[in-house]
Write a protein that binds this ligand. Structure first.
Ligand code: 3HC
Ligand code: NAI
Length: 700
C-alpha cells in the first residue's frame, strides 16, 4: 500500500507510504484518490488528514517516472490536487521533515496545512531544470507573497518551516506544531476544530498581485540571468510566477505553468540534471557490496606527508570533527604543512565563511608527529608522500608493523598500482586507494580505488566516510590513471595534435571554454604544472614505444616552461599572477615544430576541436566501462563533473555522447582515425560504443 487509510473516530488519516521519500508515483497517486473516495463515502468521517510515513511528508513527484507513460497516466498530480480541492470535507496536510516539489504542491491543494518545525520546505524543480508543474508557481505566491515565492522557485532553495511561518501575513501554514512528535495529535485536534467550517478555504481563491509587477519581474529576470546563464529553467520560473499575477483567472495561470513545464522537460539541460540527480546517488552504491555491509569505526585518522595533498586531506577530516595525526619526515615539513592549513582557514575567515571559534576547534583536533608510534591508534591512515613506489614501499611496510589490526591503510597515489602497494603489507584486504584531487580540501571528487584484494567492508566504510567529509566518491578499479586521469590523457593527446595541425593554445582553450569547461586544456595544465605530464610521457615512451604524442609539450618543458609556477607555460604569466597571456615564444616553438615535421597548418573549426576533445574522453570512458574499471557510465560522468569541470548542463561526457547519439559519435571517431596526423589507434572505437550504436542505444 503506497497510501494507507486509517480512521481515528471522525477523522480519516491518509498516510503516504512510498519509501524512501514518499514520491508521488502513479500507485501513490491512485492510493490517494482511492482513500479520498473511501472518506467521501463514509458519512462518519468529518475531516481528512494527509501525511507521510517515515522520513518525509513527500519528496515530490517520482522523478524516475519522468519521461515514462506512467507520468501521464491518470490520476496525474493535477487531478489528485483537484480532487483534494473539490473534496466536500476539510482536508488537512500534516507536514513534517521533507515537503518538496509535488509534495508541497499537494499540500497547497489541501484546505489547511499544519507543519512540524524543522521541516525542509522547497520547490526544488529548478535544480532538475524544471519548474513546479502542479500549480506550485500559482499557489505559493498566493500564500507567502510574490517575492519570497519567486526566490524559492527560481533558486530551488529549501527554507525551514519555522522561517516560512514567520513571514508576515503568510497563509502557507495554518498552524505550526510544537514538534514532529506532537504533529499527529495536533493535526487531529486541528482537523476536528475545522470539521464544520464552510466554505472550505482554497489557496486558488486568494489574490496574487505585486504592486510594482513590471519592475519587480524585470529585476528578477536580470537576477536569474546572472546566476544561471546556461540554464533556461530559472527565467521560466519567473515567467510562471508572473503569470500567476497577470492571468485572467487561476486556470489560465495553471495552463501557462503547464506549458512551460512541458517545454522544460524536453530540454537537454533538464535531461542532464535529472541524469546527474540519479548518477550522484548511484555512485555511492557498489554493485557487489550490499548497502547493509557492516562498516568499520573511523574515529581517528592518520595522514602521512604534509605536502600539497596531505594538508588538504587532513582539513577534510578536521572539518568533519574527526581528529587527525599528521606525520612527516622532518619538523620543518610539518610546520610548513600546518602553516598552509592555517592560511587556508584564515582565508575562509576573511571571506566570512568560517568563524574563529570553529577554526580553533578544528585546529585543536590536529596533532603532528615524526614517529609512526603515534599512528598506532588510528582507524584510517592515508599516505600522501612522494609519488615513488620505493617511498610508498617504505611507508606501507612501516604501517604494516605499527597500524592496529583492522585499520584501513589508504594511498593517495595518482598513478601507481594500488595492488603493488597493497602487496607491501601482509594485509592487502585493508588497503585501498583514496585519490583526492587538488586542492583536496576544496575539490568534491574522491576516486576510491578498489584493489584486487580490498575487503568489502573497507569499501563500504570509505564510501560512507566520503559522504561524511562531503565528497562525491566514485569507485575505480586499478588501472593507470584510474578513471579521471586515464581519460584526460587522451584529451591532452588530442589537444597536442590540434596544435600540430594548425590551432593555437588560445583557440583550443576558447573552444572548449565556450562548450562550458571553466578552463581549456592548456590553461589547466599550466595551472597543474606541465612537468607532471612530462614525467608521465617519459615513462610512456619507455613502456609503450609506439605511443604517439605531439612533441610540443616536451619542447615546452625543455624550455623550463612548467606553467604558472615558473611564470611561463603555454601562456606567459606575470610573477605571482594567474592571467594567461598568449606567448610569442610558444607560438614560434609550435611553428618551428610544424615546419620541422613538414606540416602545413590548416584552419580548424571550434566544432572539430570540441568533438575531438570530448569524444576522446568518451571512447576511453567506454573502454573503462568494458574493462569493469567503472561499474556505471554515471560514475564516469560524476568523475568529470566533480573533478574536471565538465559543464553540468551537459550531464558528463557519457551522457553527452548519448545526447549527440552514439552513431554520430562513432562516425566522427572513424573520420578522426583517418587523419594521418592523428593517432588512429587511439580512435579505435570501444566495442561497447559499436554495439550500443548498432542497437540505437546509449550508455544509460
Ligand atoms: N523521486 C524519486 N526518487 C527520489 C526523489 C523523488 N522526488 N527524491 C529522492 N528520491 C530517492 C533518491 O533517488 C534516493 O534513492 P536511492 O536510495 O535509491 O538512491 C533516495 O530517494 C534518498 O535520496 P537522498 O539520498 O537524496 O536522501 P536524503 O535524505 O539525503 O534527501 C531529499 C532526501 C531531500 C528528498 C532529496 O532526495 C531531494 O532533494 N530529492 C529531490 C526532491 C525533488 O527534486 N523534488 C521535486 C521532484 S519534481 C516534481 O515534484 C515535479 C512537480 O512539480 C510536478
Ligand atoms: P608533495 O611533494 O607536495 O608532498 C609530499 C610530502 O610527503 C612532502 O612534504 C614530504 O616531506 C613527505 N614525505 C615524503 N616521504 C615521506 C615519508 N617517507 N614519510 C613521511 N613523509 C614523507 O606531494 P603531493 O603533491 O602532496 O603528492 C603526494 C601524493 O599525492 C603523491 O602520491 C601524488 O601522486 C598524489 N597526488 C597529488 C596530487 C597533486 O595535484 N599534487 C593530486 C592527487 C594525488
Amino acid at each position: 500500500m503506497t497510501a494507507e487509510y486509517q480512521v481515528h473516530g471522525d477523522v480519516a488519516v491518509i498516510t503516504l507510504n512510498n519509501p524512501p521519500v514518499n514520491g508521488l508515483g502513479l500507485e501513490t497517486r491512485q492510493g490517494i484518490v482511492d482513500a479520498l473516495s473511501r472518506a467521501e463515502d463514509d458519512a462518519g468521517i468529518k475531516a481528512v488528514i494527509i501525511t507521510g510515513a517515515g522520513k518525509a511528508f513527500s519528496g515530490g513527484a517520482d522523478i524516475k517516472e519522468f519521461g515514462t507513460p506512467k507520468s501521464l497516466q491518470d490520476p496525474n498530480l493535477h487531478s489528485v490536487i483537484r480532487a483534494l480541492e473539490n473534496f466536500s470535507k476539510p482536508v488537512v496536510a500534516a507536514i513534517h521533515t521533507v515537503c518538496m516539489g509535488g509534495g508541497l504542491e499537494l499540500a497547497l491543494g489541501c484546505h489547511y496545512r499544519v507543519a512540524a518545525p524543522g521541516c525542509t520546505v522547497a520547490l526544488p524543480e529548478v535544480k532538475l531544470g524544471l519548474l513546479p508543474g502542479a500549480g506550485g508557481t500559482q499557489r505559493l505566491p498566493r500564500v507567502i507573497g510574490v517575492e519570497p515565492a519567486t526566490n524559492m522557485i527560481a533558486t530551488g532553495e529549501a527554507v525551514p518551516s519555522e522561517m516560512l511561518a514567520m513571514i508576515p501575513g503568510q497563509k502557507l501554514f495554518d498552524k505550526l506544531a510544537a514538534s514532529v512528535e506532537s504533529l499527529p495529535a495536533e493535526a487531529l485536534e486541528f482537523a476536528r476544530k475545522v470539521a464544520d467550517v464552510r466554505p472550505l478555504p482554497l489557496v486558488r481563491n486568494l489574490p496574487c498581485k505585486h504592486p510594482q509587477g513590471e519592475a519587480y519581474f524585470q529585476f528578477a529576470r536580470n537576477m536569474v540571468k546572472g546566476m544561471a546563464k546556461n540554464f533556461p529553467a530559472p527565467a521560466k520560473c519567473v515567467d510562471a510566477v508572473e503569470a500567476a499575477t497577470k492571468s485572467r483567472n487561476f486556470e489560465d495561470g495553471l495552463t501557462t505553468e503547464r506549458d512551460l513545464f512541458l517545454n522544460l522537460m524536453m530540454t537537454p539541460e533538464s535531461r542532464s540534471l535529472r541524469h546527474l540527480f540519479f548518477a550522484e546517488r548511484a555512485a555511492s552504491k557498489i554493485p557487489d557490496v550490499p548497502s547493509d555491509t557492516p562498516k568499520r569505526d573511523v574515529r581517528k585518522v592518520g595522514v602521512i606527508g604534509a605536502g600539497t595533498m596531505g594538508g588538504g586531506i587532513a582539513m577534510n577530516f578536521l572539518n568533519a570533527g574527526i581528529p587527525v595525526t599528521m606525520l612527516e619526515m622532518k619538523q620543518e615539513a610539518l610546520e610548513r604543512g600546518v602553516g598552509i592549513m592555517r592560511k587556508n582557514y584564515e582565508a575562509q575567515i576573511k571571506k566570512g565563511k568560517l568563524k574563529q571559534d570553529k577554526y580553533e576547534a578544528r585546529m585543536a583536533l590536529l596533532s603532528t608527529t615524526l614517529s609512526y608510534d603515534d599512528l598506532k591508534d588510528c582507524d584510517l591512515i592515508i599516505e600522501a608522500v612522494f609519488e615513488d613506489l620505493g617511498v610508498k614501499e617504505q611507508v606501507f611496510s612501516k604501517l604494516d608493523e605499527v597500524a592496529k589490526s583492522g585499520a584501513i591503510l589508504a594511498s593517495n597515489t595518482s598513478t601507481l598500482d594500488v595492488d603493488k602497494i597493497a602487496a607491501f603489507t601482509k594485509r592487502p584486504q585493508d588497503v585501498v586507494g583514496m585519490h583526492f584531487f587538488s586542492p583536496a580540501n576544496v575539490m568534491k571528487l574522491l576516486e576510491v580505488v578498489r584493489g584486487a584484494k580490498t575487503a568489502k567492508d573497507v569499501l563500504a566504510t570509505v564510501m560512507a566516510l566520503a559522504k561524511k567529509i562531503k565528497k562525491t566518491a566514485v569507485v575505480s578499479g586499478v588501472c593507470d590513471g584510474f578513471i579521471g586521469n586515464r581519460m584526460i590523457e587522451r584529451y591532452s593527446q588530442q589537444a597536442g595534435f590540434l596544435l600540430d595541425e594548425g590551432a593555437t593554445p588560445q583557440q583550443v582553450d576558447k573552444a572548449i571554454e565556450k562548450f562550458g569547461f571553466p578552463m581549456g586544456p592548456f590553461r589547466m595544465i599550466d595551472m597543474a604544472g606541465n612537468d607532471i605530464g612530462w614525467a608521465i610521457r617519459k615513462r610512456r615512451y619507455v613502456e609503450q614505444p609506439d605511443i604517439k604524442y605531439s612533441k610540443t609539450a616536451d619542447l615546452l618543458c625543455e624550455m623550463g616552461r612548467f606553467g604558472q609556477k615558473t611564470s611561463a607555460g603555454w601562456y606567459d604569466y606575470e610573477a605571482g599572477k594567474r592571467d594567461a597571456k598568449p606567448s610569442a615564444v610558444v607560438a614560434k616553438m609550435i611553428e618551428d615544430y610544424r615546419q620541422q615535421q613538414g606540416i602545413t597548418p590548416r584552419k580548424i573549426s571550434d566544432d572539430e576541436i570540441v568533438q575531438r576533445l570530448i569524444f576522446s574522453l568518451v571512447n576511453e570512458g567506454a573502454k573503462i566501462l568494458e574493462e569493469g574499471i567503472a561499474s556505471k557510465s554515471g560514475d564516469i560522468d560524476m568523475v568529470y563533473l566533480t573533478g574536471y569541470g565538465f559543464p553540468v548542463w551537459r550531464g558528463g561526457p557519457m551522457h553527452y555522447a548519448g545526447e549527440v547519439g552514439l552513431f554520430n559519435v562513432l562516425q566522427a571517431m572513424k573520420r578522426f582515425a583517418r587523419n594521418p596526423l592523428d593517432d588512429a589507434k587511439a580512435w579505435k572505437p570501444a566495442k561497447l560504443i559499436e554495439t550500443l550504436a548498432a542497437e540505437g542505444k546509449t550508455f544509460e
